[in-house]
Ligand binder design. Structure first.
Ligand code: GLP
Length: 248
């Protein structure tokens, strides 16, 4: 497949710069479109950006009152107040610091009695919002986006997935051991993510270097879901020098 679009790759000196530049970009979009629909990742990488964004909100650079925020992924079977709940993480890192109200949030309810129906309801809510204006994403060590594990097709909808060994391993560091990581998850689908009007992918650290090269310059393949970003219309990759060293 021929990449239809060019990815805008911005290489920053370090994680602090990545977070600052990312927050400036997101705040600019929120100013331009105060009722933007945004889907936000958890994971370690966006935390600096969210802190910077909260400072901008406190300084009234933008107002959060009309934003619509979508949860990106959720472990199956966990209640929202479980310490490992990705909703809880989203709430503590993004929703509360930005002053986003519950009625502005579309959850992926990991503890729904009918997760498949909950996924359909989520996709319906994305359609009602007119699609995502912005997706703030991280890069899984195996090239996953959200929990769209390899292999994932660009047409895959929001759904329940089984986590790969690589994801169980990488998520273990969040919760103090692999035994504490649920084995299944709900993830926003590839189709709604790739259709976002703007995607900001944040990548930090030398451990992401190989997978980032594959995602941006390797073949577009279901085996590396992030490679489909090469086919998406407006993608900005913010990487620090550890993750993308032009000279290395
Ligand atoms: C996790 C999450 C993703 C996240 C990615 C990278 O498994 N499901 O949403 O973006 O992996 O995480 P980190 O930023 O901690 O490297």
């Amino acid at each position: 497949m021929n990449p239809a679009h060019t990815i805008d790759l911005v290489v920053l000196e370090d994680y602090a710069a990545l977070s600052r530049v990312g927050a400036a970009r997101v705040a600019e979009l929120f100013r331009a479109k105060p009722d933007a629909a945004v889907v936000v990742a958890t994971g370690n990488t966006p935390m600096g950006l969210y802190r910077e964004l909260a400072a901008k909100r406190a300084a009234r650079v933008f107002g959060p009152g009309e934003l619509k925020v979508f949860q990106l992924d959720a472990y199956l079977g966990l209640a929202p107040d479980d310490p490992r709940s990705l909703y809880r993480w989203t709430k503590e890192a993004f929703l509360d610091p930005l002053g986003i109200q519950p009625q502005q949030v579309v959850k992926l309810p990991g503890d729904s009695p009918d997760p498949a129906a909950a996924c359909r309801a989520y996709d319906d809510a994305v359609v009602r919002a007119g699609g995502f204006d912005l997706a703030i994403l991280g890069l899984g060590p195996n090239g996953h986006l959200g929990f769209n594990e390899p292999p994932s097709q660009p047409t895959d909808k929001t759904r329940v997935v089984s986590l790969s060994e690589a994801s169980l391993e990488s998520n273990a560091r969040y919760w103090g051991g692999q035994g504490r990581v649920p084995k299944q998850a709900l993830t926003a689908g590839m189709n709604v993510l790739l259709a976002a009007k703007e995607i900001v992918l944040l990548v930090s650290g030398a451990h992401k270097r190989d997978v980032l090269v594959q995602a941006l310059a390797g073949p577009v393949t279901p085996d590396l879901p992030a490679s489909y970003l090469q086919t998406s219309s407006k993608v900005t990759v913010l990487a620090d020098r550890a993750a993308w060293d032009e000279h290395g």
